[in-house]
Design a protein around this ligand. Structure first.
Ligand code: PGA
Length: 258
């Protein structure tokens, strides 16, 4: 079972102005040569306003550092005040887009159907979708975790003819709470997701689609999580906001390469 090298994602949510984003990147830059043989990719999803600046700063590292968005609209264009299209993101320099993050699902009432439309648009524009899935505490307590995850995967992915994509398992009860899921639980879910992906789209697709874990990952919780089967990396919220913590995470993750 090969699960290295790893993908480390920074989701900055609604944090960092353009100048703060650039300062972060400058703090990271000197360390990049030491990471790029040990990590597969670093993905940074700043707010929309900082995508173009970061993409320009990261351009010579383009295959190793990808800049992306945290959301987009599923339509190509139209009267959708406040929304952003895949084409606009591409032109700004985005290479990937996070879709279906739990904050989008719960605070902004995004449905599996809408996420599916966004996935289709992302595939058609060659933006790598990073699809987030995860159960609530109530769903976990009532034994519905696998039912919820399979529904999220099936309703968003089935029939979309996916190509390159990333999936992140992010249980709602672990996001921003300071309590990461236990490594054993993450391992169990990742085995389930991998199997479910192979039933949907075959072994090759399952093998080539990294499945990440996200939810209160810190320097302390990182390594046991990465040791679990099929954990292809992590998606960091809070821990990714501080450049020194992020560099520490990259260092630790780089050392787990096998
Ligand atoms: P957190 O956020 O690391 O702050 O829990 C993770 C996420 O929302 O993706």
């Amino acid at each position: 079972m090969s699960k290295r090298p790893l993908i480390i994602v920074a989701n900055w949510k609604m944090h960092k102005t353009r100048s703060e984003a650039i300062s972060f990147f400058h703090a990271l830059q000197p360390y990049l040569p030491s990471f790029d043989s040990s990590l597969k990719k670093i993905l940074i999803a700043p707010p929309f306003t900082a995508i173009a600046d970061l993409a320009a700063a990261a351009v010579d590292k383009n295959s190793f550092i990808l800049i992306g968005a945290q959301n987009m609209h599923h339509a190509a264009e139209g009267a959708f005040t406040g929304e952003v299209s895949a084409e606009m993101l591409k032109e700004a320099g985005a290479s990937f887009v996070i879709l279906g993050h739990s904050e989008r699902r719960h605070l902004f009432h995004e449905t599996n159907h809408q996420i599916r439309l966004k996935l289709i648009m992302a595939f058609s524009k060659n933006l790598i979708p990073l699809l987030c899935i995860g159960e609530s505490l109530e769903e976990r307590k009532t034994g519905k975790t696998f039912e919820v995850l399979s529904r999220q995967l099936k309703e968003t992915l089935e029939g979309t003819l996916p190509n390159e994509m990333i999936i992140a398992y992010e249980p709602l009860w672990a996001i921003g709470t300071g309590t990461a899921a236990t490594p054993e639980l993450v391992g169990e879910v990742h085995i389930f997701c991998r199997h479910f992906l192979s039933t949907l789209y075959g072994e090759d697709f399952a093998e080539n689609t990294p499945i990440l874990y996200g939810g209160s990952v810190t320097e302390e919780t990182l390594l046991p999580l990465l040791k679990q089967p099929y954990v292809g990396g992590v998606l960091l919220g809070k821990t990714s906001l501080d450049s020194s913590k992020f560099i520490e995470i990259l260092n630790l993750a780089g050392k787990t390469k096998i």
